[in-house]
Design a protein around this ligand. Structure first.
Ligand code: PMT
Length: 403
């Protein structure tokens, strides 16, 4: 456990506020310093005095009630926190934070803090499932906010379903896990995007062009990055692999869909690893009806897809960018050419014609080239081990650019 233990608990209005009181008590008993901030609606359920007594600290609820002239309370609290927890988090506070709104002390502090934020939603099941609420949560997840899933069961409104605030001991466990991870995980608080698998380029309703990528290399990278504490978004082409737990998986099919999914998210990322085998060409025209066979041959006119990695290389600011190169000959020459042309930090070259290396299997053998002239040669080892090698090198770059 680190010695950072300042928890700012933001309590927003819902019947589950009573559980936040129990959580405050448990946090204090476990040695955390807790300061509580409440919205006006939260105070309609439980009074600030309850939280003051349980936390042994003043409770904050009014941005304009500045008791200490030497500071600005919401900014001081935003800076003081090692972790911000919103419990219960209403659809309203989720929506406001996702959209950058700040009209009370809680929402203002949430925008002002640079500390990690843990959100424990609580609301009616239909509200929880509303597309707008889901979109707001997805946006926050993309920004790096973490969620503690609500429980299922009988809700205070009488409905049965998902929306019940997680129990105080579950939230406490998530908070403990956060502080434990922080002390050992080099990618904690970092946003990592990984692409994996093949793409499918449709010819007609029943046929498509694809390649042999199974997604194993990319999924191994995603799981390893998660193990290092990163908030991982895995953008995956069609594979038969199960979606890894706790990773935000975006399923795509074509190169165009992968391009859109990556470009929508890249600017929030600290590290992007492109291990997907993206089609370089697609049929110029996708036919609406199945192509009928004839005695003569068939010519399909192909056009270039967008090169996602090259596009990222053009617009990268302070992201570390890692590409893969699948080669069958002149591996080093082609890999180094891609490293430079696509403006990458690192390229991982695999000779896909070597037995045990590249597509489909559980092993790989790679050379990792850095744009600072480094070169790391792996043995033929599991894709999990390759993932660790690649991530350790990427972490070196993240530290080098001071992130
Ligand atoms: O999925 P597995 O079965 O485990 O196999 C792993 C793998 C062999 C697919 C993986 O190790 C690998 O080499 N991935 C990259 C495959 C590839 O497309 O290489 P490339 O040399 O054609 O492309 C170079 C880089 O540009 C890659 O990072 C690729 O993702 C990217 N690219 C390529 C084309 C395109 N239109 N957009 C891209 O972003």
């Amino acid at each position: 456990m680190t010695n950072k233990k300042n928890v700012l608990l933001c309590v927003t209005g819902g019947i589950a506020v009573f559980k936040a009181a129990a959580l405050t008590s448990q946090l204090s008993q476990n040695g955390y310093t807790v300061k509580v901030m409440m919205t006006q609606s939260a105070m309609k359920f439980v009074t600030p005095l309850t939280f003051q007594t349980l936390s042994r600290n003043p409770v904050y609820h009014d941005t304009f009630d500045e008791k200490d002239p030497s500071g600005v309370a919401h900014i001081d609290l935003a800076d003081w926190a090692d972790l911000v927890v919103i419990a219960p988090a209403t659809a309203n506070v989720i929506g406001k934070t996702a959209n950058g709104l700040a009209d009370d002390m809680v929402s203002t502090t949430l925008l002002a803090t640079t500390a990690p934020v843990l959100i424990a939603p609580a609301m009616n099941v239909h509200m929880y499932e509303h597309p707008a609420v889901k979109a707001n949560m997805e946006r926050l997840a993309n920004y790096g906010y973490r969620f503690i899933e609500p429980g299922e069961g009988l809700l205070a409104c009488g409905y049965v379903g998902k929306g019940r605030l997680a129990e105080p001991d579950e939230i406490l466990a998530a908070i403990k896990q956060f502080f434990n991870e922080q002390s050992e995980q080099p990618l904690l608080g970092k946003q990592v995007i990984i692409t994996a698998g093949p793409t499918r380029e449709q010819v007609d309703p029943v046929r498509f062009f694809t390649n042999r990528s199974s997604g194993k290399m990319g999924y191994a990278l995603a799981e390893a990055a998660q193990g290092f504490g990163a908030q991982v978004t895995l953008i995956s082409g069609p594979t038969s692999l199960p979606e890894p737990f706790g990773i935000n998986v975006i399923q795509v099919k074509s190169a165009e869909e992968m391009y859109n999914a990556v470009m929508k998210r890249y600017e929030y990322a600290d590290l992007i690893i492109k291990s997907a085998a993206v089609a370089d060409y697609r049929p110029k025209e996708v036919l609406a009806q199945k192509v009928k066979k004839k005695d003569s041959g068939l010519a399909i006119e192909m056009e270039r897809t967008k090169d996602i990695l090259q596009e990222l290389g053009k617009c990268k600011t302070n992201q570390v960018l890692v590409g893969f190169a699948a080669e069958t000959d002149q591996v080093e020459t082609y890999a180094l050419e891609k490293l430079e042309r696509k403006n990458l930090d690192i390229i991982v070259a695999n000779n896909v014609s070597e037995v045990g290396s590249g597509f489909e299997g559980d092993t790989n053998k790679v050379t990792i080239f850095g744009n600072d002239g480094t070169r790391i040669q792996s043995d033929l080892v599991s894709k999990k081990e390759i993932a660790m090698l690649v991530l350790n090198e990427a972490i070196r770059y993240i530290r080098k650019i001071g992130k």
